[in-house]
Design a protein around this ligand. Structure first.
Ligand code: TZP
Ligand code: MG
Length: 213
């Protein structure tokens, strides 16, 4: 199916301080933006609300400067408090319908899809876009169910008009395949955060994505 709307983001950075090799995540974010990242999600699994909100406020100052949307992972309180662009939730988090009720101003509501049956759930219908999670097993997130693989993207593309975000060990070797299979966007952690030059990494990924469209 064709996507319900033209998803305006191609390269999506998922940022956690722990994945930045001791470097300042704000520096990583800015370098990644300068390299071509279109959208950034802050994902801080172990931070308290206060710490998460402080990091989100600091990051929003950077993303605002470049007109880049900031998405908050899981935490609705933080997302609303900092005036984020949106939120990304998974099956163990606050359901998308509750996000909509509590936060009508949310401009991008992402939901992770981990198995095919989830496509039929009413909560999936509420989301603006779907994280296809994971495309490949990754050390960055180990509590995943099964790999979709590139064929999984193709399968989902045939079944839903929701914009699809491919995530999970996406890198220079496979981003073009994901786009050609029907992903609208590719999300990465390590392929940008764990490299010596996040800016160069983002530039290379963006070029590969653009050439595959
Ligand atoms: N959700 C599914 S896989 C993943 C998330 C947050 C981590 C992706 O990290 P990497 O390093 O790009 O494989
Ligand atoms: Mg989650």
């Amino acid at each position: 199916m064709k996507p319900d709307f033209a998803f305006p983001y191609r390269l999506y950075l998922v940022l956690s301080e722990a994945d930045c090799r001791g470097r300042n995540p704000l520096w990583v974010a800015e370098e990644a933006i300068l390299g071509g990242v279109d959208i950034i999600q802050l994902r801080e699994k172990h931070a308290s609300n206060d710490v998460f909100q402080k990091k989100a406020t600091q990051l929003k100052a950077v993303t605002d400067r470049y007109g880049i949307p900031l998405i908050i992972n899981d935490n609705l309180t933080v997302a609303m408090a900092v005036g984020a662009f949106g939120i990304h939730v998974g099956r163990q988090d606050i359901p998308p319908s509750e996000v909509r009720n509590a936060w009508p101003d949310c401009r991008l509501l992402g939901y992770s899809i981990e198995r095919l049956a989830q496509l039929q759930h009413s909560e999936t219908a509420v989301a603006d876009c779907l994280g296809v999670s994971p495309i490949f097993r990754t050390a960055t997130k180990t509590d995943t169910i099964a790999e979709w693989g590139i064929t999984g993207i193709r399968q989902l593309r045939n079944l839903t008009g929701k914009p699809l975000i491919a995530i999970g060990r996406m890198n220079r070797e496979n981003v073009a395949d994901a786009i050609r299979a029907g992903a609208d966007c590719v999300a990465v952690v390590s392929a940008i955060c764990a490299t010596d030059s996040p800016r160069t990494a983002a530039t290379e990924l963006k070029e590969l994505i653009n050439n595959a469209i």
